[in-house]
Design a protein around this ligand. Structure first.
Ligand code: NAD
Ligand code: APR
Length: 226
């Protein structure tokens, strides 16, 4: 079966990585416009690097959980396209063979001048020179608000051609990810939502599993890998 899976911050919550919109969420301590927009980076690159250096350190300390590992197992039994809004590498470290990071990755660096990409170091600094053009315009290779998420053509194709679309641990607050379930249904694709609670787009799903990802995801995968 062709299964397209979209994950959000909720799948990494039990690995100790805070989500964005929970009460102790990431955005509570920072104004989104200060740390996750191109304007914020232009205004104060050092603050943006501090925010992402902390997230990079948190992610490096975190371990993949049973939900990440269950999705790796699912890929051994079905044709799985795994799309994540997360910028951590827990899917890869949990054994998933291929992960599409639509919001970029903490492990990537990007030159805001020439667009060159290279592997990020643990602590990135504003004045680090770009290895290609030498300009001190190094930024995290993360998609910020107002920017275009990566790999969308491939993602829309994977959603519409799937037999099943599953969304795990995402609030459905941010587009284009939040529009994927509706797009799946318009293309006759079955949809299932796995989340701690209902999301802003729960109405777009025909099935759901409510509970912690480390419980509901392995249970769901077990029903598909019998
Ligand atoms: P958008 O305009 O589609 O979404 C904006 C959304 O951000 C709103 O719907 C709201 O849910 C949320 N939002 C805005 N202000 C907020 C706040 N103060 N606190 C909490 N949530 C807030 O997003 P966009 O401008 O099209 O962004 C482009 C893409 O960049 C999106 O897919 C977005 O998810 C992504 N992004 C990635 C990161 C990251 O750290 N990986 C950070 C920001 C944005
Ligand atoms: N198990 C399952 N779901 C969980 C768990 C858990 N243990 N903990 C939290 N959740 C769910 C919450 O119910 C919520 O629906 O995870 C979701 C987290 O929502 P957000 O914090 O909004 O994270 P996300 O949906 O990934 O945000 C989307 O917005 O800020 C941008 O680019 C950023 O990628 C992010 C995007």
């Amino acid at each position: 079966m062709r299964i397209t899976v979209l994950t959000g911050a909720g799948i990494s919550a039990e690995s100790g990585i805070r989500t964005f919109r929970a009460t102790d969420g990431l955005w509570e301590e920072h104004r989104i416009e200060d740390v996750a927009t191109p304007q914020g980076f232009q205004r104060d690159p050092a603050l943006v690097h501090r925010f992402y250096n902390q997230r990079r350190a948190d992610a490096a300390r975190a371990q993949p959980n049973a939900a990440h590992r269950a999705l790796a197992q699912l890929a051994q039994h079905h044709q799985v396209t795994l799309v994540t809004q997360n910028v951590d590498d827990l899917h890869e470290r949990g054994g998933s063979p291929e992960v599409i990071h639509m919001h970029g990755s903490l492990l990537g660096a990007l030159c805001a001048g020439c667009g060159h990409r290279w592997p990020a170091v643990l602590v990135m600094r504003a004045l680090d020179p770009c290895p290609a053009c030498g300009k001190p315009l190094t930024r995290p290779d993360i998609v910020w608000f107002g920017e275009i998420p990566y790999h969308m053509d491939r993602i829309w194709e994977a959603v519409q051609s799937a037999d099943l679309f599953a969304a795990i641990g995402t609030s459905g607050m941010v587009y284009p990810a939040a529009g994927m379930a509706q797009y799946a249904r318009r293309n006759g694709v079955d949809t299932i939502e796995l989340n701690l609670a209902s999301s802003a787009v729960s109405r777009d799903f025909t099935d759901r599993r409510i509970g912690k990802a480390t419980k509901v995801v392995p249970d769901w995968v077990a029903t598909l890998c019998r």
